[in-house]
Write a protein that binds this ligand. Structure first.
Ligand SMILES: [Fe+2]
Ligand SMILES: [Fe+2]
Length: 274
């Protein structure tokens, strides 16, 4: 009997990313994504740069019924002194990682006509976010809870939604604004776990910090690429986009070393919080 897989049409990266983004089952989303990443590395997945895809009736992102989404101020308090408080803190991180999987998939399917490397970069981000989600959720489970057990706020995804009309706005405001805030916040959370000698959480946060520098660097690379292509100055383009799309005002303390590693220029660093 012949190999039937030879007869089936090759899957396409951007279409498949949209399908995975719409999947409401967290575990299925993560495992499909790992599979997509591996198949792409083995050149079993096509890449159509120019297709303008349409989400049609899909609800994006696909997400489970829980967690319940609430405004940021109604999100539950994260007290380090109780197991539940620590689980709530890690749960808020798990929700960010879940939305980070979704934002990387969204960057792949939504924006056509970028170079191959753009799609490959975001596929790598999506895989790393799946890993972050998985290790954070495994740790929450060791406390007797799981993803969905606490309410969560959705500011990261709201910025993804707001910037769906322009890839330059997406790069400016999602990786190099929202994810870059993670570079400032993660070391502080890590140190709180270090103080109580919760070393598994410390290790997880170190992995996240290391990888997030790379994600922000990818955002910087493609933002600068788009600015150069359109003859814009990155500084003034960012200022205009931040105003137009109502970016949150950045507040320190800033992790200048990580931001520098992620490719922000000295001029950009000097303007932080201004
Ligand atoms: Fe992450
Ligand atoms: Fe990330």
């Amino acid at each position: 009997m012949g190999d039937l897989s030879l007869l089936s049409p090759m899957l396409e990266l951007r279409e498949t990313s949209l399908e995975i983004l719409a999947n409401t089952d967290v575990q299925a989303k993560v495992s499909q994504l790992y599979h997509l990443f591996d198949e792409y590395q083995h050149q079993h997945i096509a890449l159509n740069l120019s297709a303008s895809l349409d989400a049609q009736e899909l609800i994006l992102p696909g997400r489970p019924l829980k967690p319940e989404l609430v405004p940021p101020l109604q999100a539950p308090k994260r007290r380090m002194t109780t197991v539940e408080g620590r689980a709530i803190l890690l749960h808020s991180l798990a929700h960010i990682e879940f939305n980070a999987i979704n934002l990387a998939l969204d960057a792949i399917w939504r924006f056509p006509n970028m170079p191959d490397q753009y799609y490959e970069d975001w596929l790598k981000v999506a895989k790393e976010e799946s890993y972050h989600f998985t290790i954070v959720n495994e740790h929450i489970r060791s406390f007797g809870f799981t993803y969905g057990d606490f309410p969560a706020h959705n500011s990261l995804w709201e910025m993804v939604e707001r910037t769906k009309d322009a890839v330059i706005a997406r790069m400016a405001l999602v990786p190099r604004t929202m994810e870059a805030r993670g570079l400032d916040a993660v070391p502080m959370i890590r140190d709180r776990f270090k103080q109580i000698k919760e070393l598994t959480a410390v290790d997880i946060l170190e992995i996240i910090l290391r990888d997030e520098v790379g994600h922000v660097a990818i955002g910087n690379h493609w933002f600068n690429f788009l600015c150069a292509k359109e003859g814009l100055s990155p500084i003034s383009a960012y200022r205009d986009l931040a105003r137009k799309y109502c970016a949150p005002k950045l507040r320190g303390p800033f992790n200048l070393e990580a931001r520098r590693q992620a490719g922000f220029s000295e001029e950009e660093l000097s303007l932080l919080g201004v």
